[in-house]
Design a protein around this ligand. Structure first.
Ligand code: PLP
Length: 442
């Protein structure tokens, strides 16, 4: 955008006084100095689906340039055409998301699921196979297990905490290693570095078309706590709906990865249509990202104290929080989960289960606790999602992961009685006060 002159104003040569009121109400003044946004400190929300192309030649140039990345000319002024192809709010957000995740490029999507299906659509075709960690967000499991078989794409679930489990299932058709770390909901930690080394070894004899790519869902950690690309992940995906958006007001998703995939990602977004709403892009850009470090560092402080409190509580059977030295892959978490200054940053989610004589009683005790919290705890809200200002508590087996049949939960790494807490920004004393009240009734 020009700082000193408005090219459109200068180019217009129309006398608007010659037209009717009806027409004026559509077009306004033909030229207006109020169109110059270059002095806004906060970018305006773009509400326009279409963009004026000025001339057929410029229109043709815009279409030719779309998804046709010129690496020598990346700072050239974009020619916007239609929201689904690209517009300023998404582009501004994408610049900041690729920067914070240390990736080359970012393409946003309407939701986290839009982003996950977008990158998997780019990397696979009929006949290919995906190797994934056995514990994943419920809708991702549904995508891989209920939809991909229709397209002849096979998902093979293994325990990626053991990196050698890849050797047992990898084939010529494997194209993607897919996982979350920490995983949703049970907070498994997967060794990014070890996966990179394994995939490098497997890729030695594979040409570009057969290469295996590592895709990491970094939603639980957020880039404040972990940047998987620094450890060799090829792609990072996020649900922007969660910690990055941060206020529970907007849905969004993003894929971050190598620049050479940007064109394909833009075409997938254009043709499958999971386009991030401009207003949501603006909200995440204006409120979410700038406050990320403040929110997550506060949530993390609260989470560490809650995890320690639960671990010491006689009615609690086990707690998983990557910040507890007792957690399974604590040393790996310490290595790969760090904040912008390099301090250990184990995130804001906690997974725990209460004691009970058998699995049924454990689940029943959990149900009683969550129902009590829903009615009596001011600082805990029974709701799905995470990374919110409020502390959210939920039961994965009957909510976020209900796609898994009850008798298969353990196979997927999910404790039927497990409780997930997504810690918010409240005062820690209030949170512990409410938790204590809830545990007293068990
Ligand atoms: C919520 C979530 C998603 C899906 O994101 P949406 O924005 O709800 O589509 C994907 N992965 C993880 C780990 C999530 O928690």
């Amino acid at each position: 955008m020009s700082q000193t002159k408005n090219e459109y104003l200068e180019s217009q040569n129309i006398d608007d006084s010659k037209y009717s009121m009806e027409t004026h109400l559509i077009y306004g003044k033909n030229v207006s100095k109020k169109w110059d946004y270059s002095h806004h400190v906060v970018p305006p929300v773009t509400n326009s689906v279409i963009f004026r192309l000025d001339s057929v030649e410029r229109g043709a140039e815009g279409f030719a340039e779309f998804a046709n990345l010129d690496p020598l000319n990346e700072d050239s002024k974009p020619i916007y055409i239609y929201d689904r192809l690209g517009e300023p709010n998404k582009d501004l957000l994408e610049e900041n998301l690729s920067y914070v995740e240390k990736g080359e490029t970012a393409v946003t999507f309407a939701t986290g699921m839009g982003a996950i299906s977008g990158i998997l659509c780019v990397l696979t075709k009929s006949g290919n196979e995906i190797i994934s960690h056995k514990t994943l967000y419920g809708c991702t499991l549904s995508l891989l297990n209920n939809w991909y078989p229709r397209y002849n794409i096979k998902n093979i679930a293994v325990d990626l905490k053991n990196v050698n489990s890849i050797d047992e299932v990898v084939t010529e058709q494997t194209r993607v290693i897919y996982f979350e770390t920490p995983s949703n909901p049970n907070l498994d930690i997967i060794d990014l570095d070890a996966i990179r080394k394994k995939v490098d070894f497997l890729n030695i004899d594979r040409n570009e078309e057969k290469k295996i790519y590592i895709v990491v869902d970094n939603t639980f950690a957020t880039p404040y706590c972990q940047r998987p690309i620094e450890f060799g992940a090829d792609f990072v995906v996020h649900s922007l709906t969660k910690g990055i958006g941060g206020f529970g007001t907007d849905m969004g998703g993003v894929v971050i990865g190598p620049k050479r995939f940007r064109d394909l990602l833009l075409i997938v977004r254009k043709d499958f249509g999971a386009v991030l709403n401009t207003k949501s892009a603006w909200t995440i850009l204006t409120y979410g990202l700038p406050t990320l470090h403040l929110r997550i560092s506060r949530q993390m402080k609260n989470a560490q104290k809650i995890a320690e409190y639960l671990e010491a509580h006689p009615k609690v059977d086990h707690v998983n929080y990557p910040g507890l030295p007792s957690s399974e892959n604590y040393e790996i978490a310490k290595k790969q989960m760090t904040d912008f200054d390099g301090n250990f940053a184990p995130g804001s989610l906690i997974y725990f289960a209460l004691k009970g004589d058998d699995a049924k009683q454990v689940r029943e005790n959990g149900r009683i606790l969550m129902n009590y919290a829903a009615k009596n705890a001011y600082t805990m809200t029974l709701a799905v999602s995470l990374g919110h200002t409020r502390t959210l508590i939920e039961h994965p087996a009957s909510m976020t992961h209900s796609v898994i049949p009850a008798d298969k939960l353990l196979e997927y790494g999910i404790d039927p009685g497990g409780i997930r807490i997504a810690v918010g920004l409240e005062n820690i004393d209030d949170l512990l006060f409410d938790l204590e009240k809830c545990l007293e009734i068990i």
